[in-house]
Design a protein. Structure first.
Length: 235
């Protein structure tokens, strides 16, 4: 479904990615792990067309997207839940969700999508008239995910969904991510909680200093001695 091929990406004059390649198949949950500053966010922003690679290419369902504007990438079926949630704090919960269904294809089925979002997050339905900025951190993350789902994505990318959340909330968020995958949406998960990220993924990539260092079956990586020492605190 998603194929990133040998992309080099810069932030201004500073190179952030070197010949990065990865794939996400239909219905697959793939985790992308690595230290702060390794290039994880740069990858998902490149897929979202927020950054443009200087070389290499990105294809989605056989269509090249790395030279397309972000709104077209969303219409093709890719959506990002950004780090820091990115909700509109002055708008209501309902208004935030409605903004997620801004493309015509999503508007036509938004009532059905609302039902799915409220099934995943009943609290959003009960607080749909509440100003989004008054929600708790966990509720805001739920809203950010719900808003992304309103665009009816084929591929949903998460950038650090557990950041700053209490352990119980994180557990619930990861459960929802699994439910979303089970509904047929492919997922690319960027996450520093390595144990949980590898625990729910089929495959994973480890990025180190802008390069893909290791890739493979997620469960095997969870048992890999190098991964355990570097990211899980194992001696």
């Amino acid at each position: 479904m998603l194929e990133v091929k040998d992309i080099d990406v810069y932030h201004g004059d500073l190179q952030a990615l070197w010949k990065v390649s990865l794939q996400v198949g239909k219905g697959e949950l793939v985790s992308l792990i690595g230290a702060n500053g390794a290039g994880k966010t740069t990858i998902v922003e490149s897929v979202s067309a927020l950054l443009t690679p200087v070389s290499g290419c990105i294809e989605f369902n056989g269509v090249r997207i790395d030279r397309e504007p972000t709104h077209k990438v969303v219409r093709l079926g890719i959506c990002l839940v950004p780090e820091g949630k990115g909700i509109f704090p002055g708008l209501s919960v309902l208004e935030n969700l409605e903004l997620g269904a801004f493309i015509p294809e999503s508007r036509r089925v938004r009532q059905k999508t609302f039902e799915f979002v409220y099934l995943l997050f009943p609290i959003l339905q009960s607080r749909r008239k509440q100003t989004a900025g008054t929600l708790s951190g966990g509720e805001q993350q739920m809203l950010a995910i719900g808003r992304a789902l309103m665009s009816t994505p084929k591929l949903l990318m998460f950038d650090e969904p557990s950041l700053g959340l209490a352990p119980l909330v994180v557990k619930n968020i990861f459960k929802v991510i699994q439910q979303i995958r089970e509904s047929g949406v492919s997922i690319l998960l960027v996450e520093q909680n390595v144990r949980m990220a590898l625990g729910i993924a089929q495959r994973a990539y480890v990025i180190e200093n802008g390069h893909i260092g290791i890739e493979g079956d997620a469960k095997s990586l969870l048992d890999d001695e190098k991964i355990r020492k570097a990211y899980l605190g194992a001696s």
